[in-house]
Each structure stands twice: as C-alpha cells, then as structure tokens.
Design a protein around this ligand. Structure first.
Ligand SMILES: NC(=O)c1ccc[n+]([C@@H]2O[C@H](COP(=O)([O-])OP(=O)(O)OC[C@H]3O[C@@H](n4cnc5c(N)ncnc54)[C@H](OP(=O)(O)O)[C@@H]3O)[C@@H](O)[C@H]2O)c1
Length: 335
C-alpha cells in the first residue's frame, strides 16, 4: 500500500533527514507534501524520485494526507498537530508538546511498537537523548529489570536545530582569529566549551531536557517505578548525542550477560571489548546506536555502566518517526 505523506518542517535539520530516511528506506510514497515557513515556500525538495514544492500551511492543507511527520518547534507543533489530525492525518510529532499527554502514545518501535496503534490522531516521537539511551537500557531492563538510572549526556549542537549548527563553526572560526563571538543559539559560547544546561531550570534545579529524560523513560518502558536522574550537557560536537549511563538492576547480572543481550538487540551495534568504543563521529549518519564500555559497577552490587552514542537526527528523531510510520503502513494505518 502506498501512502500520502506530509513532512512539516521539511527544510529544517530533522525534516531534511526525514526526507532522506523516507528515500533510503524506500517508504511507499504515493504522494509527498512538504511544508515549512512562508520564507521557504516555493523551494523544490527531492525525496528519491518524488519532488515536492515547499508550501506554507493553510486551512485544509492536510486534507487527503494520511501521515504527517512534524519537525517544527513545540509552540508551532501545538497548533499544527491537532489541526492536521482534525483534517484526517495521523500525526507523528517530534516536538515535546504531546509526549506526556496520556492520550498520546510515545513510541520507540524497538521497545513499545504496539502503543503506536493506541493513538487518537497524534503519536509522539521521544526526546532524542531518551530514545538513544533507551536503545541500550531496554535490553538490560528485559534481562534483569531496572531500578534506577543515573545518566550524563554529551549532546551535539545540531540537537538545537539549524541555527545552532551554524553557530559552532562560526564561533570556532572567530575565536581562532582572536575574536569574542556573541552567543545566540546557546546561553554561552559553545566553541571550546561545554554547557551543562539544556533547556530552562525548574525549582528543583533540573533542566527541561533532564526532566524529559526522566519522565519519558518511564512512559516508554511502561514502568513507573524506574528512578532516573540525569545531567544534560551540550558539547561542541556537530552531530550525534552520547550518554554515560549507570544502571541499577533488579537482579544481579554480569557484564558478559549484558553484552550478550545487547549483541542481539535490534538497532544496536555493540562495540568490541577493548580499543573500540562509541564516539559521536562514528555514530553520525548511522541508523543503529553504538554501545560499549560495558562494565560491572564497582560501587554497588547490582550495577552496570555503559556508554552509548547515537545519531540524534536519525534514531533520536527522523528515523524513529519514519519507523513509526512504517508500522502504521504495515498494518494498513490501523493496527
Ligand atoms: N535537532 C534535533 O536533533 C532534534 C531531535 C529530536 C527532536 N527535535 C525536535 O524536532 C523539531 C524540529 O527541530 P529542528 O532541529 O529540525 O529545527 P530547525 O532546523 O530549526 O527546523 C525548523 C523547521 O520548522 C519550519 N518552520 C518554522 N516556522 C514555520 C511555520 N510558520 N510553518 C511551517 N514550518 C515552519 C522551518 O522552516 P523554514 O526553513 O522555512 O524556517 C524548518 O523547516 C523541534 O520540535 C525539535 O525539538 C529535534
């Protein structure tokens, strides 16, 4: 069955990857519509043999669209998603607007694929660091249960969109010339620096990104008992997020048992034992996440440490969204 698909935000970094992933995975497209802001209207974009002219969104834009992949900011998504759903599309939204809404499934196809069919018009794609971390944590959960996760992230600048992606090389060039660049996309200079803040702070001192990882982990795995604490850090890397995770399991497991579980986990490339470990440069452009540095935690009885790198534009956004669309299409959009 072919499908009529709209990519909303198709000129942004995630939207462009959605078009690439649709093409690479030979998604059965009957028709492709691409939407962006009025400034991009009229631009031509390609997705394999299909070409689309970028349109601005109007009333009725989504009539006849079966799946709308949204890659716009959260305020815009809040307006566009219900409108597209009311006009008949199933929306797969990349923003954080609907993820914790009880009527909206939050789906990672390798973990909770059947949830996709519980939708009422909107399905949410998870936070990028959460999706990447859970690709490594869920096989451990299935093996031994998980009581608690303590994680620190190392997040690429492209996670904050095109403007942020342009800011890193511009700042690096200016600093090398002795200049003092003014930060715009980030709260501080990112060139030759790291910023332990992604999003805004709550009264407990957590950032919005950290709270997303905590809540979304419980919702995706479907276990409200899992305790999660995170520190999210922006680093001067262009693409692919990494996460160092310490996992307290219910049952004691060895590093070898965890390696075995991860070796057969879908969407995971297990790095060899010694000199090869996950790095963002190697994870960039890959569909699978890279997992390595697996070891038993020397500080507690039931603990595993691991390191994961994954392309947040792919598994953390575009690929995961297209995988959800594929699930819908495989089951005739209904399940
Ligand atoms: N970047 C990541 O790694 C990542 C990962 C997971 C989730 N997300 C989420 O994905 C969403 C998109 O992020 P991004 O990084 O791709 O941002 P981006 O590069 O800034 O792209 C934003 C897109 O929104 C479009 N847009 C702006 N105003 C619009 C309007 N009035 N009507 C229709 N489209 C409009 C832009 O079109 P123009 O080009 O015409 O301005 C552009 O295509 C965000 O919710 C973000 O939180 C991002």
């Amino acid at each position: 069955m072919g499908c009529r698909v709209a990519v909303v935000g198709g000129t942004g970094v995630v939207g462009e990857e959605m078009l690439n992933v649709l093409r690479d995975r030979k998604f059965p497209l009957d028709e492709l519509r691409v939407f962006a802001s009025p400034k991009s209207a009229g631009r031509k974009v390609k997705c394999g043999k299909k070409q689309a002219t970028v349109e601005e969104i109007r009333d009725g834009s989504f009539k006849g669209v079966q799946i709308a992949l949204l890659a716009v900011d959260k305020e815009l998504a809040k307006k566009i998603a219900p409108k597209a759903a009311a006009e008949g599309a199933v929306v797969i939204d990349n923003s954080s607007s609907f993820r914790m809404d009880k009527d909206v499934p939050l789906v990672v196809p390798e973990i909770n694929p059947r949830k996709a069919f519980d939708h009422k018009g909107i399905i949410a794609n998870p936070n990028c660091s959460t999706a990447i971390m859970l690709m490594a944590v869920y096989p451990v959960y299935k093996l031994a249960g998980v009581r608690r996760i303590v994680a620190a992230t190392y997040q690429a600048v492209s996670g904050a969109g095109r403007k942020a992606m342009d800011e890193l090389p511009a700042q690096l060039a200016e600093v090398m010339k002795g200049g003092k660049p003014k930060p715009e996309a980030f709260p501080h200079r990112i060139a030759f620096n790291i910023i332990p803040r992604i999003g805004s702070f709550d009264s407990a001192g957590y950032t919005t990104e950290e709270v997303k990882m905590q809540n979304e982990t419980r919702k995706i795995i479907g276990d409200p008992r899992i305790k999660v604490t995170t520190t999210c850090v922006r680093i001067p890397v262009m693409r692919a997020h990494s996460i160092a995770a310490n996992i307290e399991t219910e049952k004691k497991v060895t590093a070898e048992q965890v390696r075995e579980a991860l070796a057969s986990a879908p969407g995971v490339d297990l790095e060899p034992l010694k000199d090869v470990y996950p790095m963002p440069l190697d994870a960039s452009g890959k569909y699978n996440v890279l997992v390595g540095r697996i070891r038993e935690d020397a500080s507690q009885e039931n603990g595993i440490d691991l390191f994961v790198s994954g392309d947040q534009l792919l598994k953390g956004a575009a690929l995961n969204a297209v995988q959800i669309a594929e699930l819908l299409v495989q089951e005739g959009l209904h399940g």
